[in-house]
Unconditional design. Structure first.
Length: 109
């Protein structure tokens, strides 16, 4: 019985090591598609294939967004992705906000 436990632990350790080497997180990769937002001056901005996991400031607050990526866009109150999460915009959807977000992070839940 101890031999089975040892083999099981060895297999688990090997799988964990493989996951660390190959990576199982989407962080560091890019979302595929365009994310377009309009700022408070009415100027549209488009990012192609934005990076996952990275906090991106809008510059000026965003009043609306069209998420045509394959990733969820989480928008935040503050420019450094701190403070309140104001919304999560699923892939292939759009939003108009009354409370304007200042930053976004893709595939960050």
């Amino acid at each position: 019985m101890n031999a089975f436990r040892s083999a099981g632990r060895l297999a688990l350790a090997a799988c964990a090591a493989l996951a660390l080497v190959t990576g199982v997180s989407a962080e560091g990769h890019a979302a595929t598609g365009n994310f377009t937002y309009t700022d408070t001056d009415g100027v549209p901005h488009t990012w192609a294939d934005p990076p996952n996991g990275e906090c991106i400031s809008f510059g000026l607050p965003a009043v609306s967004a069209d998420n045509e990526t394959n990733a969820t866009a989480t928008v935040y109150e503050n420019t450094d992705c701190s403070g309140a999460v104001l919304d999560r915009v699923p892939p292939k959807s759009d939003r108009i906000w009354g409370r304007y977000p200042n930053a976004v992070r893709f595939n960050f839940l």
